[in-house]
Ligand binder design. Structure first.
Ligand SMILES: Nc1ncnc2c1ncn2[C@@H]1O[C@H](COP(=O)(O)OP(=O)(O)OP(=O)(O)O)[C@@H](O)[C@H]1O
Ligand SMILES: C[C@@](O)(CCOP(=O)(O)O)CC(=O)O
Length: 498
């Protein structure tokens, strides 16, 4: 067992397939973010069979647990704890229980002979930084965000914090479960050096089960899938695969978990197909300080679908065709870059200074450049069509998927030079917007499309729009880290490097 184990897991943005991805007949485009959760595990000096979990970014966020293995494993919160965290408790209970099944109780008891210290931190993006920006009298810009200390203290408790919708619980559960599986020897650390593999699959299956248990519902699971595998085209797993484990009491001891979450269990029929955003483009995310209640939005849309089967099938069929066309078009741009990077680079530089309507108007271009420009324009139009159909679905279901305030903001953004597309991520509502913008390899200072968007957001009056620093993650999901290589991590967790 290594002295220190660090596993990170990315946040998520569902840029297409919201609601449809709840049905295995449809897929969604999920992008994993550069903003990540980090779990750091070290042996403790607190005594055998003890686990201390700290979330140093928050007040009142230290939880101590006592383990007993007889007659079977139980993870008991200490009475002295001044708060509860169901997500952390369930992750410990079911991951250590699985470890006992996989390696035998004596081996796992050995792992806890000294006890464990666990620290969990999330990149600043997972929580609104408005208060920090205001306290330092900084404008709401990307450069301001980069001046805030990494993993900064939020000054509040977890129940008071303003989350930004990047999937904190999915990234947290994935990084904690994966770090525990590695630290107590169930899977090798090398499991997180390759993109797929059986061990990464086991980590996925266990994290999905624990996340559903903690949330008390079985969503599509795209958020945990993004945290484990990174950006991809996602098709959900059959929820019956974990039905026997989803008892009324999430704390109840479950019977054997291993056969159900094992990578050999072929009932896990989710699909993870390759996808990443095209070269020389950038994902931009903003937190709109209005907030939405996803579960209630989902409930209303699914009721509308049930009560209006024919119309809903027509709307979902149209949306799915558009979603798959967007995935195909964005992927074809990556192929065009591979074939002729010079033409591709020249076109991105050209369209970055033009509104989308003008992108295909240059007759002097070569055939190669014309094909690239046409594809970018196609991606823009498909993205706008998805917005229109998602908005219409909301109006039919009586749900603010893209409410008027968000429509006005997105129309303003999507008409800017160099903006490929955008929309409301996931379930939509009032809490966030995403944009895909050109990121030319060279451009006059302050004339990048991202600069234009920053100006629109920082001066926007109807809504309080604050950028997130997240881009698409270059890594594929959960990743083994070294504490000394992540800026601010050792300081934030106050653990020893080693
Ligand atoms: N830094 C953290 N440390 C420990 N637990 C955390 C942390 N951040 C989030 N959590 C846990 O995750 C829970 C939030 O999960 P919930 O499902 O409500 O949000 P979410 O949908 O993941 O939020 P979002 O997508 O906005 O990040 C919190 O109640 C807390 O238990
Ligand atoms: C509405 C839904 O399809 C997506 C929800 O996405 P988000 O939490 O709004 O980012 C629900 C789900 O996929 O679990």
């Amino acid at each position: 067992m290594s002295p220190t184990t660090v596993i990170s897991a990315p946040g998520k943005v569902l840029i297409a397939g919201g609601y449809l991805v709840l049905d295995p007949a449809y897929s969604g485009i999920v992008v994993s973010t550069s903003s990540r959760f980090y779990t750091v595990i070290q042996p403790s000096t607190r005594g055998s069979n003890t686990v201390q979990v700290r979330s140093p970014q928050f007040k009142n966020s230290t939880w101590e647990f006592s383990l007993s293995f007889d007659p079977f494993l139980t993870v008991q919160p200490r009475e002295e704890n001044t708060s509860k965290n169901k997500f952390v408790h369930l992750a410990l209970q079911h991951t250590i229980s699985l470890a006992c099944e996989a390696r035998g109780v004596p081996a796992i008891q050995e792992s806890f002979a000294k006890g464990l210290d666990i620290a969990i931190v999330g990149d600043n993006d997972f929580y609104s930084q408005r208060a920090q920006l205001a306290a330092q009298n900084l404008p709401r810009t990307l450069s301001s965000l980069s001046s805030i200390q990494p993993f900064c203290s939020q000054g509040v408790t977890l129940s008071e914090v303003h989350k930004t919708g990047l999937g904190s619980s999915a990234a947290l559960i994935t990084s904690l479960v994966s770090a525990l599986l590695v630290h107590i020897g169930v899977i090798p650390s090398s499991a997180f050096l390759e993109d797929q593999g059986k061990e990464r699959q086991l980590s996925h299956n266990l994290a999905q089960f624990i996340h559903c248990l903690a949330q008390g519902k079985v969503g599509s699971g795209f958020d945990v899938s993004a945290a484990v595998f990174g950006s991809h085209l996602y098709t959900r797993f059959d929820p019956t695969v974990i039905a026997s484990l989803m008892g009324d009491d999430p704390m109840a001891r479950t019977k054997s978990i291993l056969p159900i979450v094992s990578s050999d269990n072929k009932s896990w029929n989710h699909r993870v197909e390759p996808f990443r955003l095209p070269p020389l483009t950038r994902l931009m995310l903003a937190d709109v300080d209005a907030g939405s209640d996803t579960p209630s939005l989902v409930g209303k849309v699914l009721k509308w679908r049930k009560d209006n089967e024919a119309k809903a099938t027509a709307v979902w069929t149209t949306l799915d065709q558009l979603n798959q066309s967007l995935a195909f078009t964005l992927t074809s741009l990556s192929t065009l870059f591979s074939k002729d990077p010079a033409s591709y680079t020249a076109v991105v530089k050209f369209i970055s200074s033009l509104q989308p309507l003008q992108w295909t108007a240059d007759p002097s271009r070569s055939a190669g450049q014309t094909e690239v420009a046409n594809r970018f324009y196609e991606a823009h139009n498909i993205s706008q069509a998805i917005r229109k159909n998602m908005k219409e679905m909301g109006e039919l279901a009586g749900v603010p998927i893209e409410p008027e305030e968000q429509t006005r903001l997105l129309d303003e953004c999507c008409s800017q030079a160099g903006v490929i597309g955008g929309g409301v991520p996931g379930a939509g509502g009032y809490d966030a917007v995403w944009l895909l913008v050109c990121e030319p390899d060279e451009c006059r200072a302050n004339e990048y499309p991202r600069d234009r968007i920053e100006r629109v957001w920082s001066t926007y009056k109807d809504l309080d729009v604050s950028p997130l620093s997240a881009e698409e993650s270059m890594a594929k999901g959960a990743r083994l880290e070294s504490i000394g290589e992540i800026k601010g991590l050792q300081h934030a967790t106050q653990l020893l490097v080693g």
